[in-house]
Design a protein around this ligand. Structure first.
Ligand code: NAD
Length: 475
């Protein structure tokens, strides 16, 4: 597969290349070209030239939509290969990678349909005027994405940006650039003009920062940690770039005593262990109403103990390997902090290997967690669940909102009034009721508070990739 940079529809090698490791086998996976400042500049120039060219600016919107449909089709055709690459690079079970690719296909299809439906308004102003608004592409978009859903999160930005008529420089995470490069390959095959999509793997501190600082980039669409998001927001001020930030989370998953308990326990398990817990919206704080606490924790601990880490290519595996040794160490340091601060370990807690290799961590559950503990307050980004208890609805809501983050939340109850009441009271961008971790291209996703602002997906994402122009015509 392609491992060079994609700039202006050409594959360019670089003097500097770096090695990727398969986190399940600890073996060398590929050697990838690394973009520095010069290569990022070349990619931005290509995106700019495309934006200003007839090939893009004057392309009828429906034709843009057709190109996006074609990308979706090619992604779908190559989905077995893409899923395999994602699993080798990220360590997630193959069935999860297949879901990721299917979602990326759906995302391209969804935004393909929007390309010719971006309209302005006519405005009922006072006086003798005809006044209307136009939606125009915001320009060159720098899309920066993390390693947990490499292809999927890239599609959440690339598809709406292209649909809106923007051009894109995509910087995948340093650890997981392979499916972004496959997406680039597919975009070229689909017939996207040179420069419409450029892909430049490289470290955040150099390639990412160069994109954020570049004067010809109009907007940064970022998904990643809150810390880097804050830096980007400060840095983007110098060139008054538009910025949208999809950041971290510490999402509460609340089980009320009147819930369907088996379903709630399954939901709690999937909420934290899907994607090895390397999920921004992971339900990493489980809030359980006192009356059902003991049963919930017992059932959950049983389930977690059975969820043994396995080879990501084994069809029975439901817990893959952590993405890197570094991330494994971070997770283990949180587990050590949880034990030190007095939470009670009821499942997991240790690193693991499969066939003697890999950066696995057991499915871990802490009971008796309290606000103020690191495992409760900070995003771990691994398969570690902290269980807290609440006495009643008011205390549950207060605990749920006691976080700097506000990305997502879950509510398990059979009481329909309580469900809607609590959904309103929780400060988060997504609330799942009697379900968890569902996504659809039509449903906007993003954060409150330190989880960021702006929305990926849905019609709303298109607002992030367009400027609004008001035109006054004197009559
Ligand atoms: P990260 O912030 O370290 O990196 C994210 C991306 O930013 C990578 O491509 C990285 O190379 C780049 N980057 C790093 N420093 C940069 C800089 N100075 N300038 C420009 N780019 C830079 O995050 P990560 O560890 O890759 O991913 C995990 C984080 O992502 C978690 O906090 C998680 O919650 C968050 N996340 C959020 C969402 C969401 O939709 N809200 C989705 C997935 C992940």
């Amino acid at each position: 597969m392609k491992t060079d940079l994609l700039i202006g529809n050409e594959w360019r090698g670089t003097a500097k290349r770096y090695c990727l490791t398969n986190p399940a086998t600890e073996e060398r996976l590929a050697e990838v070209a690394e973009a520095g400042e010069a290569e990022v500049d070349a990619a931005v120039q290509a995106a700019r030239a495309c934006l200003d060219s007839k090939a893009w600016r004057e392309l009828p919107p429906r034709k843009r939509g057709q190109l996006l449909y074609r990308i979706a089709e090619l992604l779908e055709q190559r989905s077995p290969e893409i899923a395999e690459v994602e699993t080798k690079n990220n360590g997630k079970p193959l069935f999860e990678s297949k879901i990721d690719v299917a979602m990326a296909v759906e995302t391209f299809r969804y935004y393909a349909g929007w390309a010719d439906k971006l309209t302005g308004d006519t405005l009922p102003v006072s006086g003798s005027f005809f006044t209307y608004t136009l939606r125009e592409p915001v320009g060159v978009v720098g899309a920066i994405v993390p390693w947990n859903f490499p292809l999927n999160l890239a599609s959440w930005k690339v598809a709406p940006a292209l649909a809106a008529g923007c051009t894109v420089v995509l910087k995948p995470a340093h650890e997981t650039p392979l499916t972004a490069l496959l997406l680039g390959d597919i975009a070229v095959a689909a017939g996207l003009p040179p420069g419409a999509l450029n892909v430049v793997p490289g470290p955040g501190a150099t390639a990412g920062a160069a994109l954020v600082r570049h004067p010809l980039v109009d907007k940064i669409a970022f998904t990643g940690s809150t810390e880097v998001g804050q830096w980007i927001m400060r840095e983007a001020a110098a060139t008054v770039k538009r910025v949208t930030l999809e950041l971290g989370g510490k999402s509460p998953n609340m089980i009320f005593a009147d819930a369907d308990l088996p379903a709630a326990v399954r939901g709690a398990q999937n909420g934290i262990f899907y994607g090895k817990g390397e999920v921004c919206a992971a339900g990493s704080r489980l809030l359980v109403e006192q009356a059902v606490h003991d049963q919930v924790v017992e059932q959950l601990a049983d389930r977690a103990k059975k969820l043994t880490p396995g080879d990501p290519f084994d069809k029975n595996t439901r817990l893959g390997t952590i993405v890197s040794k570094r991330q494994q160490e971070t997770i283990l340091s949180y587990i050590a902090a949880g034990e030190k601060e007095g939470a009670r370990l009821v499942a997991g807690g240790k690193p693991a290997k499969v066939n003697g290799k890999g950066y696995y961590v057991e499915a871990t559950v802490f009971d008796g967690a309290k606000p103020g503990m690191k495992i409760v307050d900070e995003e771990i980004f691994g398969p570690v669940l902290s269980v807290l208890t609440f006495a009643d609805e008011a205390e549950g809501i207060q605990l749920a909102n006691r976080s700097m983050y506000g990305l997502a939340a879950g509510i398990w109850t059979k009481d329909v009034q309580k469900a809607h009441r609590v959904a309103r009271a929780i400060k988060a961008g997504t609330v799942w009721v009697n379900t968890y971790n569902f996504y659809d291209p039509a449903a906007p996703f993003g954060g409150y508070k330190f989880s960021g602002f702006g929305r990926d997906l849905g019609r709303e994402a298109l607002d992030n990739y367009t400027e609004l122009k008001t035109v006054w015509v004197g009559l």
